[in-house]
Design a protein around this ligand. Structure first.
Ligand code: ATP
Ligand code: MG
Length: 389
């Protein structure tokens, strides 16, 4: 990761091209940022209609472990990143043997596994929820009653609250593990939450690190619904603690790229780390419209070895996630009414079918004061049929 890949340069006789594993909305926004700087892009995703594949110069339509697909991606690209944390780590290892890959297969492998991830947080001195790793029936039997009521989460492949079952008794726990097909799991104690927040950092190969302001996140049914980012959204000491913890976690991984760490704020004010995502994050989408550099711009810079400068938020912001539920009877929401609001920035990901819970896009509201942004965000929510917050 030492050579700089300059935008617009020729690399091995081809225009400098950046690759991304995964074709979802995060890949699409990475592609937009890379193209704005003059890079060519390549996306590897099996789905012919993937949001990122549709906007990329090249779209390699194979699965993540297809050797021909990976070879084609390497042939096209000067460097490769990922937008999806469940890309098999061996695919990144293969790519990493021949091209700069950020984040590394090792970092992604840790983030893919809740047990390994928690062990890493503990090593970095960041408090985690009381939990037990459950891989065998004996481990299940040995679980302490102190962890109940709790949430049983599959160690791998969970997202948006999928692969999680809330349990309050031992009988329910046994039942839940069977429902999850007895795969390796983590049982976490249910904690009394006051709030949830996240921090996004970008770290360069040389160790330089920059961060965005702390994001206050509201989840509904296990899915991010609203992110608010402005001075005073969280008490300053708590925000500083979250930033310091995130930096320690990135440092401890020798991380290169954009990393998001999610936290719980407990009712007693204690900060507990929940999980990390080795990529840009839904809670950082406001950076596109409210900051002088977005999380995707920083992903491009970390991947290409360009300098990192601290991003600056220039406007208070509230982001509303636009889930498929808002498309009532297949009808698009009234975007014309939403866009009549000052400071409304609409992002749709080009997904043609709206299913409940599917992330179709997001709407960011910016303005010159917190009060103005809150007022327009609530108006937008009312127009869209999103519950007030
Ligand atoms: P994603 O990766 O999309 O953020 P996920 O499927 O990995 O989600 P988690 O982040 O583990 O799921 O949990 C989803 C939500 O459930 C959390 O944001 C929080 O609101 C709630 N939750 C999870 N674990 C706990 C806990 N131990 N105590 C209380 N609430 C919890
Ligand atoms: Mg989460």
């Amino acid at each position: 990761m030492s050579r700089v890949i300059l935008p617009g340069a020729m690399v091995n006789g081809q225009p400098a091209t950046l690759g991304v594993m995964g074709g979802g909305q995060l890949g699409r926004m990475f592609v937009h940022a890379a193209q704005a700087m003059g890079y060519f892009t390549a996306v590897l995703d099996l789905d012919t209609a993937s949001p990122a594949g549709r906007v990329s110069h090249h779209h390699i339509q194979t699965d993540y472990l297809d050797q021909q697909g990976l070879a084609q991606l390497m042939q096209r690209c000067a460097a490769i990143t990922t937008e999806f944390e469940n890309v098999p780590a061996p695919a990144l290892t293969t790519l990493g043997a021949h091209r700069p890959v950020a984040p590394s297969a090792e970092a992604v492998a840790i983030a893919q596994d809740r047990a390994a991830e928690k062990a890493h947080f503990v090593r970095c001195g960041v408090p985690v929820a009381p939990h037990a790793v459950i891989e065998t029936a004996a481990q299940l039997d040995a679980v302490s009653d102190d962890l109940l009521p709790g949430i049983l989460k599959t160690a791998r492949m969970g997202y948006d609250g999928k692969g999680q079952i809330r349990v309050s008794t031992r009988a329910a726990l046994l039942d839940a593990w069977a429902q999850l097909k007895n795969v390796p799991c983590v049982l976490e104690k249910m904690l009394p939450l006051q709030a949830e927040c996240s921090v996004i950092v970008a770290r360069a190969a040389g160790g330089q690190m920059v961060h965005f302001p702390v994001q206050l996140n509201l989840h509904r049914e296990g899915i991010l619904a609203v992110t608010s980012v402005y001075d005073g959204a969280l008490p300053a000491p708590l925000a500083e603690q979250a930033v310091a913890a995130t930096r320690a976690i990135a440092e401890g991984l020798g991380y290169v790229g954009v990393l998001c760490v999610e936290f719980f704020v407990l009712q007693d004010g204690q900060l507990v780390v929940n999980e990390m995502a080795p990529r840009p994050h839904n809670s950082g989408h406001y950076t596109l419209d409210a900051c002088d550099q977005s999380q995707f711009d920083l992903q491009v810079r970390t991947l290409t070895g360009l300098p990192l400068t601290p991003p600056r938020q220039h406007s208070p912001a509230i982001m509303l996630n636009l889930l498929g539920d808002l498309w009532r009877e297949g009808q698009s929401p009234a975007w014309d009414r939403v866009l009549a609001l000052p400071g409304a920035h609409l992002h749709l990901y080009g997904k043609l079918s709206a299913r409940p819970g599917r992330k179709m896009g997001h709407l960011t509201l910016t303005g010159d004061s917190v009060a103005a942004v809150r007022a327009t965000a609530l108006q937008a929510a009312a127009v869209l049929g999103i519950d007030a917050f």
